[in-house]
Design a protein around this ligand. Structure first.
Ligand code: FAD
Length: 465
């Protein structure tokens, strides 16, 4: 029938933005419905963060099994059953997506499958193959996420693939060309290189991982080169031709045309917000010319009962940022005073070794007018890093000179993704380098690197001179 359903809060999209917003809104006493046209859990759980980390982990195991001769480990005949790798990856994804569904139900959030389209400022039409229904809402949170950008001349096929295709391959490619040295391209390049693929990365600028400090990007570049990855900087991808069992990619490298043959061409040149097919223009929600929805500090759009979060709004397109905004939007709807504060959003690359950054970099701090001390400590001077045989990289702590306040940190090294949590907490809680230096860190642990970097800032490190 075509009677309308009535809800307090309607959430569109079940990625890390949407499902978190829905749960928080329900916790705050709202009657909540979440609409999902694809898979529960969005990009992150199905074709993003989680499956990529699973493949990266499999790549590590394989690479380490083959290359631990230094430690006296000789493993003969190590091989990959890639079908099994994919099955295992799928089982990880399934546990998590099932978990999200369970959490939503446990919080009494109604789940509706279908595609939502705004009919008015207070209603959506939700369509699936068979039917359409109307939902009236008091407030709506849009969390429709993003899609890989397609570049001219590189239409996606079985051989010209985006990140989703790269995560779903049925075999380990012999050769792969990766266009774009951002974090997604570098993570996938590393995973496949570890599994034995010959990888060439074509990067348009002079440096891979543009958002990160050059010194950090270099740590990753060196390791990838050691694993056989080739880099072409200042390379403009021109076109691709499909051959019988592969691709031929043409690129202009520093002004000279070059051709690269491979089994697959992976294009990772960025993502665009999914905001053009939900009827935003019908209800007057403002976007930029790139389709990014404009919001205030409470994630509210220019239409006062409509909120937007995650990859469709400004800021780094990261899962934890989407979830953070989801909580804020839900709390704002419930009348709470929560506001966005992007001071300490960690950014991580799950490369070899990992990169992580939170707060200001040294250069950003100087640009912002702070007088800072940037103190560094190398992994190679840490006992745990040595005993893990993982000594590449460093930590850098950015502290304010006048009072020692920690305002930023960067880590290039094993487990950087976990180490950065302590630094985020330090920034959020207003800690000084002295606070960190006076905190006893377990020995031997990578955490001691944080303590030592703080000691370097104070001028009293024990383990370097
Ligand atoms: P999404 O996760 O994109 O979810 C949006 C959902 O909305 C989708 O399920 C979609 O089907 C649904 N939808 C869209 N339109 C409609 C409609 N009209 N009606 C109903 N439903 C609709 N981030 C990290 O923080 N760490 C990582 O390690 C990381 N790794 C990544 C690796 C890869 C390969 C990729 C591609 C991304 C990665 N990301 C990572 C980014 C992360 O996945 C995104 O930032 C995050 O998923 C954004 O969350 P979201 O809630 O905004 O949207």
């Amino acid at each position: 029938g075509d009677f309308a359903n009535e809800v307090d809060t309607l959430v569109i999209g079940s990625g890390p933005g949407g499902y978190v917003a829905a749960i928080r809104a329900a916790q705050l006493g709202q009657k909540v419905t979440i609409v999902e046209k694809g898979e529960m859990g969005g990009v992150c759980l199905n074709v993003g963060c989680i499956p990529s980390k699973a493949l990266i982990a499999a790549g590590h195991r394989f690479h380490n099994a083959k290359h631990s001769e230094d430690m006296g480990i000789i493993a003969e005949k190590v091989s990959i059953n890639f079908e099994k790798v994919q099955e295992w990856k799928a089982s990880v994804v399934k546990k998590l997506t099932g978990g999200v569904e369970g959490l939503l139900k446990g919080n009494k959030v109604e789940i509706v499958r279908g595609e939502a389209y705004f009919a008015s400022e207070n209603s959506v039409r939700i369509m699936d193959e068979k039917s359409a229904q109307t939902y009236n809402f008091k407030n709506c949170i849009i969390a429709t996420g993003s899609t890989p950008i397609e570049i001219p001349g590189f239409k996606y096929t079985d051989r010209v693939i985006n990140s989703t295709g790269a995560l779903a391959l049925k075999e380990v490619p012999k050769k792969m060309v990766v266009i774009g040295g951002g974090y997604i391209g570098i993570e996938l390049a590393g995973a496949y290189a570890n599994m034995g693929t010959e990888v060439v990365v074509l990067e348009g600028s002079k440096q891979i991982l543009g958002g990160f400090e050059k010194q950090m990007a270099k740590v990753v570049e060196r390791r990838l080169k050691k694993n056989g990855v080739e880099f072409k900087m200042e390379a403009l991808a021109k076109g691709v031709e499909e051959t019988k069992d592969g691709v031929k990619v043409t690129a202009e490298v520093k002004g000279k045309e070059e051709v690269f043959e491979a089994d697959y061409c992976l294009v990772t040149v960025g993502r665009r917000p999914n905001t053009d097919e939900i009827g935003l223009e019908q209800i007057g929600v403002e976007t930029t010319d790139r389709g990014v929805v404009k919001i205030d500090k409470q994630c509210r759009t220019n239409v006062s009962n409509i909120y937007a979060i995650g990859d469709i709004v400004e800021g780094p397109p990261l899962a934890h940022k989407a979830s953070y905004e989801g909580k804020i939007a839900a709390e704002a709807i419930a009348g709470e005073k929560s506001e966005i504060d992007y001071l300490a959003i960690p950014a991580v690359v799950f490369s070899d070794p990992e990169l992580a950054s939170v707060g200001y970099t040294e250069a950003e701090a100087k640009d912002a007018g702070f007088d800072v001390i940037a103190s560094k400590f190398p992994f190679a001077a840490n006992g745990r890093a040595l005993s893990l045989n993982e000594t590449d990289g460093f930590m850098k702590l950015v502290t304010r000179k006048e009072d020692g306040l920690v305002i930023g940190a960067q880590v290039a090294g094993p487990n950087a993704s976990d180490m950065i949590a302590e630094l985020g907490l330090a920034i959020e809680t207003g800690m000084t380098a002295e606070d960190i230096a006076l905190t006893i860190h377990a020995h031997p642990s990578l955490g001691e690197i944080t303590m030592e970097a703080a000691e370097v800032a104070l001028g009293t490190p024990i383990h370097i001179v």
